[in-house]
Design a protein around this ligand. Structure first.
Ligand SMILES: Cc1cc2nc3c(=O)[nH]c(=O)nc-3n(C[C@H](O)[C@H](O)[C@H](O)COP(=O)(O)OP(=O)(O)OC[C@H]3O[C@@H](n4cnc5c(N)ncnc54)[C@H](O)[C@@H]3O)c2cc1C
Length: 399
């Protein structure tokens, strides 16, 4: 069988999460010819499993100091807000936001108050304390301060759809074992197409480690930090909408985001410290611990109509000493290869600009249509719409 013609490109991107799609969009806007190869479904692994909060840095400055992480991320809420309003490229106005802002609430602990004050340092998005009547119902009786924080909560699936829609002819589906790298000259081959790119951009989350090995690059450049996220599900009328962080000192005890699932039930996604600790706890014990923590921070919530579940999600990042959270995006440049991690969903615009700068100016000539017969990926399902076991609250509650 004859080989397909080799197509000259400025870049091939492997991985269609927020990092890969935003980068493809940025390259296309700068006149570059790029193709994105996705192995399974867009955003599977992290983007679709995230809480979708466009952080402005508060979470990283609860100690009262403007940290490197806060400095890197503090411009992001404005960038996202403009894209979601259709006032800036990429135009994400087709992606409805889940919530225009989050709330922040505190236990009565004195150190929490210090954290709330310190958090205002140098941030574009600072907490605005609310009068009792302005609070969400479920936080009305909280003894500590309740504040509004202008961090939007996006719908990651809707954002990926909005990014992918205008680029669908450049996004192809090919399973990992069907992708081959050739060197000298550099070629990325998939069944039915051969690409000769100037740059290969790896942003496949934790699978970038395998891709790096397949491309002959050192495999120890990245780290994986696991989370075990807890989910609560109930009829929408029985569980209030809440998008909020409970902060205690400089810790985020829980971060709750709300969404309606495919069966019209309300889901609470529960992250924060409980999910960090949860990675080392077996699932039944995790659900009990999460239940106790939730009742400690939200005593008025009625859990009786709820069911519980959990999922494991691994944050894939550039390796750091001591496997700490990186303060910023991570990019490694090795010859024509760029390996990239956004570190946070919110930082995707910053990562895409950096990658596009590294790709330089367009050289591959005008875009030509890809061969017919290639497959195109769908957006992944969020964890609550995938088949999984749910446990009634009565079975999680202490006997
Ligand atoms: C539970 C959780 C909650 C989070 N909450 C937030 C939050 O509220 N706010 C925030 O800013 N950040 C949050 N994050 C971090 C954020 O989700 C990630 O930083 C971001 O989504 C990473 O995007 P990505 O595109 O690099 O990776 P991914 O979203 O993992 O995308 C990788 C893509 O590569 C594809 N792929 C895999 N293997 C291959 C292969 N061999 N070839 C081609 N493609 C491949 C996958 O199918 C996937 O589509 C959270 C993370 C987790 C885990």
């Amino acid at each position: 069988m004859s080989q397909p013609t080799t197509i000259e490109l400025d870049a091939v991107i492997l991985g269609g999460g927020i990092a890969g799609l935003w980068t493809l969009s940025e390259l296309t806007r700068r006149g570059m010819a790029g193709v994105l190869i996705e192995a399974r479904a867009l955003g599977q692994g992290q983007t679709l499993w995230s809480q979708g909060i466009i952080h402005g840095g508060l979470k990283y400055s609860l100690s009262g100091l403007l940290t490197g992480s806060a400095r890197a991320i503090r411009e992001m809420p404005e960038v996202w807000r403009a894209c979601l309003a259709g006032e800036r490229e990429p135009d994400l106005s087709g992606a409805p936001v889940r919530a225009p802002h989050c709330h922040l609430w505190q236990t009565t602990d004195l150190r929490s108050r210090a954290g709330m004050i310190g958090a205002r340092i140098g941030l574009r998005v600072a907490p605005v304390p609310l009068a009792p009547e302005e609070r969400p119902t479920v936080l009305r009786d909280c003894p500590g301060v309740v504040a509004r924080l202008d961090e939007q909560v996006i719908d990651p699936g809707a954002v990926l759809s909005a990014l992918a829609r205008p680029l669908s002819d450049r996004i192809i589906l090919a399973p990992p074992d069907a992708v081959r790298f050739e060197r000298d000259p550099l070629v990325v081959a998939v069944p039915g197409a051969r690409f000769a790119p100037r740059r290969v951009i790896l942003c496949a989350g934790r699978a970038s480690a395998d891709l790096r090995r397949a491309a002959g690059l050192a495999g120890d450049a990245m780290q994986v930090r696991p989370l075990r996220m807890v989910m609560l599900r109930a009829p929408a009328a029985r569980l209030p909408e809440l998008n909020a962080h409970c902060v205690d000192g400089n810790r985020t005890r829980v971060t709750i985001t709300s969404v309606i699932d495919a069966g019209a039930r309300r889901i609470w996604q529960i992250g924060g410290e409980i999910a960090e600790r949860g990675a080392a706890i077996d699932p039944p014990a995790l659900l009990s611990a999460a239940r106790a923590e939730l009742l400690a921070v939200l005593p008025s919530v009625d859990l009786s109509p709820c069911e519980w579940s959990w999922y494991q999600a691994d944050r894939a990042e550039r390796a750091t000493p001591g496997a700490k959270r990186p303060e910023d995006i991570g990019v490694i440049e090795e010859g024509p290869f760029l390996t990239a991690w956004p570190t946070k969903l919110a930082l995707a615009p910053r990562l895409a600009e950096r990658l596009a700068d590294l790709c330089g100016s367009p050289q591959a000539g005008p875009w030509t249509a890809l061969p017919a017969g290639l497959h195109h990926p769908a957006v992944a399902l969020p964890p609550w719409d995938e088949p999984r076991e749910w446990t009634p609250d009565s079975a999680v509650a202490p006997g």
